[in-house]
Design a protein around this ligand. Structure first.
Ligand code: AHM
Ligand code: MG
Length: 336
């Protein structure tokens, strides 16, 4: 269709965020600029992920290619891309990345008011076999511009301003919440633009899927074990749930948001705090799930109310459809 080929009235992510900011004139475009730098990082990584298999042709990670440059591993490369994109936005002051032991304090000349916690390329075990991976990010505001401290990123998740992820999958999808619901955008590779394709995502109230690494079952605590048993052998006449587990948090959460159900990374005897990291995995995903009408629970409390004391702190996490999380909350409450 000629008419379709000429459609430029699409809702791009920039246009969407500018519209949303109409409600907050005081932010004067700073957030839009920050987000456009995050989007640039996502596009760069999407393009690198698409070519990942080809890296073999030009040399393995750690080796040098014909130009004499060292091939970077995709996760190392993605981290560099996001750090540069965020710093050069001129809108950030503290960055926390899964790939960096310490927080990065942006040079005062380039400082802005936002803090960003991110996992540049999550789902590392899936990189080399072409399965979906993603970037996760959470955004905060600094408290005092003249006195930037670690306390600016060690805030409870309830203080988060915005969160999102980008999934590098069969298509490249960016899901974002600025605290006013959740919206999904798909990258149109021919335009290089993220287009609003999933407006106002709401997670189904109850789902038919559970998602967990069952290989850890022998080390689970009683409420988790009981919950998974109920998924498989329901006693109330309902049908058993289906199991789906990709092992990439972004992909498992994306499916949960769209289809409903529950994702669990519980504590176990070997990892009493679970595996997933509070600042750049648990918080952003919990924020999105709540904004979509679902819940996120740690086994003890609402996940967003955690008050982290360390940058790379971990927490058990149960998140997804409202009713499904209610069930696991009841099991933990009866245990206590
Ligand atoms: P990573 O940061 O090393 O990639 O680990 C995080 C990933 C998540 O994407 C995923 O939910 C989880 O690890 C899967 O862990 P497991 O392989 O133990 O099931
Ligand atoms: Mg990770």
């Amino acid at each position: 269709h000629a008419a379709e080929a000429q459609r430029t009235d699409l809702m791009t992510i920039t246009r969407h965020v500018l519209n949303e900011q109409g409600r907050h004139p005081e932010s004067r475009g700073d957030f839009t600029i920050l987000l456009s730098h995050i989007v640039l990082g996502c596009k760069f990584v999407a393009s690198a992920v698409n070519k990942a298999g080809l890296a073999k042709l030009i040399g393995l990670a750690g080796e040098t290619n014909v130009q004499g440059e060292e091939q970077k591993k995709l996760d190392v490369l993605s981290n560099e891309v996001f750090v540069k994109a965020l710093v050069s936005s001129g809108r950030t002051c503290v960055l926390v990345s899964e790939e960096n032991e310490e927080a990065i304090f942006v040079d005062p000349a380039l400082r802005g008011k936002y803090c960003v916690c991110f996992d540049p390329l999550d789902g590392s075990s899936n990189i080399d076999c072409g399965v979906s991976i993603g970037t996760i990010f959470g955004i905060y505001m600094i408290k005092d511009k003249d006195n930037v401290t670690l306390g600016d990123v060690l805030q409870p998740g309830t203080d988060m301003l915005a969160a999102g992820y980008c999934m590098y999958g069969s298509s490249c999808t960016l899901v974002l919440s600025t605290g006013n619901g959740v919206n999904g955008f798909t990258l149109d590779p021919s335009l290089g633009e993220f287009i609003l394709t999933h407006p106002n995502i709401k997670v189904p109230k109850k789902g038919k899927i559970y998602s967990v690494n069952e290989g850890n079952a022998k080390n689970w605590d009683a409420p988790t074990a009981k919950y998974v048993e109920k998924c498989k052998f329901p006693q109330d006449g309902s049908s058993p749930k289906s199991l789906r587990y990709i092992g990439s948090m972004v992909a498992d959460i994306h499916r949960t948001l769209l289809y409903g159900g529950i994702f669990l990374y519980p504590a176990d005897q070997k990892s009493p705090n679970g595996k997933l990291r509070v600042l750049y995995e648990v918080f952003p995903m919990s924020f999105l799930m709540e904004q979509a009408g679902g819940q996120a629970f740690t086994g003890k409390q609402r996940a967003l109310e955690l008050a982290p004391t360390k940058l790379h702190e971990r927490s058990p996490i149960f998140l997804g459809s409202y009713d499904d999380v209610e069930e696991i909350k009841a099991l933990y409450a009866s245990e206590a």
